[in-house]
Design a protein around this ligand. Structure first.
Ligand code: SF4
Length: 124
């Protein structure tokens, strides 16, 4: 058994606790500091790290050329650059509602992309 201890910043809530995680391979043995959610985060971070992603897609017919978007759930961290490549190719047309579905099941992850804000159509 090879025990390793390392600091992991929990990003589950704004408090951002520094967890001292002792692990053997991908199994967490002990977590110092933080709450129950932080301990679950430490285990998840070892086997399947994920992050909420906020980005933007191109927008046609609106006040701004870009529409801010977000993932419906934490996205697999190793695939975030792949996700950003997909988003760079997306263009939506106004009007757009807040939380409107922009992409469903992106990259077969079961995670959707939604609009972070409403964008009205600009009539010229
Ligand atoms: S350990 Fe708990 S309190 Fe600390 S950042 Fe994570 S969720 Fe928040």
């Amino acid at each position: 058994m090879t025990k390793i201890s390392e600091n992991v910043i929990c990003v589950t809530c704004p408090k951002g606790c520094t967890l001292i995680v002792t692990r053997d391979g991908q199994t967490v043995i002990d977590v110092e500091n933080g709450c129950k959610r932080g301990h679950a985060y430490a285990q998840q971070e070892l086997v399947d790290p994920r992050r909420m992603v906020a980005s933007s897609v191109r927008l046609k017919g609106g006040l701004h050329p870009l529409l801010p978007v977000y993932t419906s759930a934490p996205f697999p961290k190793p695939r975030i650059s792949e996700l950003l490549s997909v988003l760079r190719k997306v263009e939506v047309t106004t009007p757009v509602n807040l939380d409107q579905l922009i992409l469903e099941n992106v990259l077969d992850t079961g995670i959707n992309i939604h609009a972070s804000r409403e964008m009205k159509e600009i009539v010229k």
